[in-house]
Design a binder for this molecule. Structure first.
Ligand code: N2P
Length: 368
């Protein structure tokens, strides 16, 4: 009797082990995605699950620094993440990502060579990532309130709207938000001062400190996602933010029919053009599902659905015929040649410079 039950126990344990091994090989029916907030039409996730049976566990962030901390620490549990190119390049060097398996990405031909040329600056040969969205960092504003405060010739198309302390002081009464993104705001302040936005010279970068310290008392918040609703509700009148987010604010105000009119401008002095890239962490628990998810996103209709919803351009050429006119036809989203000339890109700060940038930014945010 006793012997028998031991036998049975061993058999059960053996069966459990076998089942576990099979499940591990086949991967759980789940993909863990970590993407920017306000960056997808959620019906895309539901459709993916309906078609593949793979459940999408979807978390969001609004800061590259936060994502980077998780990627460099390892063990994040994520299968797909979306760093911006500048951060991606550093994380690739640190070994945080695995090469994409081209055999598992049947939709590779849909990608847009012009954008791949640009993203290769961060990910040579685009071996580790595909472009999800790209956009610009510029000015979102409440048309009526800014005019009311600064007059009809308010410099809404200039960095001076925010970086000139007189303007910032006047606009403080209706509210200014600035992205909590030092690697984007410092290049903008450099541009305002007439320097190379991609400067890595600590002395040059240090010159932005006075510009930023002068406006900080007038900035209600350094934050990278709250400005969408704050603009839409009329709680703030200016945001230095991301193109598509501002356009989403414009739509939310229109839907609420609250009389708030929001517009986006690319500053005439120049604006940052950035690229957010989908990549698979080296230690992703479900790399096959990650490839399946990325391949699904790379379908022209799916990618177009995403852009039509979030008002960002994407790196998928084949998606363009499915884009709405107010997306493909808007030069704030798909810039024409004149607009493109006004855009710059940046590269990652070397570690030492990056530490100085982080210190400078802490001072800007805390005042000390
Ligand atoms: C989406 C913001 C993504 C742009 N809310 C930042 N790279």
């Amino acid at each position: 009797m006793k012997f028998g039950s031991i036998q049975r126990g061993a058999a059960v344990a053996g069966f459990a082990l076998a089942a576990f091994a099979t499940a591990a090989l086949a991967e759980d029916k789940v993909v863990n995605v970590y993407n920017w907030s306000d960056y997808i039409d959620e019906s895309i996730l539901e459709d993916f699950t309906k078609e593949t049976g793979i459940e999408v566990r979807y978390d969001v962030f609004d800061s590259n620094e936060l994502l980077e901390t998780k990627m460099l620490a390892g063990g994040s549990g994520y299968d797909v993440v979306v760093p911006t190119g500048t951060f991606l390049s550093r994380q690739i060097e640190a070994g945080a990502f695995q090469k994409l398996d081209g055999d598992k990405l049947t939709n590779g031909d849909n990608m847009w060579a012009d954008i791949e040329d640009r993203t290769a600056a961060y990910d040579p040969d685009n071996a580790y990532s595909i472009n999800y969205m790209w956009g610009t960092t510029g000015i979102g504003y409440n048309v009526a309130k800014v005019e009311e405060i600064l007059g009809a010739d308010a410099p809404v198309d200039s960095l001076a709207l925010i970086f000139d302390p007189d303007n910032a002081e006047a606009l403080a009464e209706c509210g200014i938000h600035v992205l909590d993104a030092p690697t984007e705001i410092i290049p903008a302040a450099l541009t305002y001062l007439g320097f190379d936005p991609d400067s890595k010279d600590p002395e040059v970068i240090a010159k932005t400190e006075s510009v930023l310290m002068d406006i900080r008392p007038h900035v209600q918040k350094f934050h990278s996602s709250e400005y969408i609703n704050a603009l839409a509700n009329g709680d703030i009148c200016v945001a230095f933010g991301w193109s598509g987010d501002v356009l989403q604010a414009r739509d939310r105000a229109a839907e609420a029919d609250n009389g708030v009119e929001i517009a986006y401008s690319i500053p005439k002095e120049g604006a940052l053009m950035w690229f957010d890239q989908m990549a698979i962490p080296t230690d992703a628990p479900n790399p096959d599902n990650a490839h399946a998810f990325i391949d699904y996103i790379m379908r022209p209709e799916v990618m177009a659905k995403a852009s039509n919803y979030v008002y960002y351009a994407n790196g998928n050429k084949a998606s363009q015929e499915f884009l709405n006119d107010d997306v493909i036809g808007d030069t704030a989203i798909y810039p024409d040649e004149d607009t493109i000339e006004n855009l710059y890109s940046v590269t990652a700060y070397p570690p030492k410079v990056n530490r100085r940038v982080t210190r400078l930014w802490t001072k800007v945010k805390t005042g000390q």
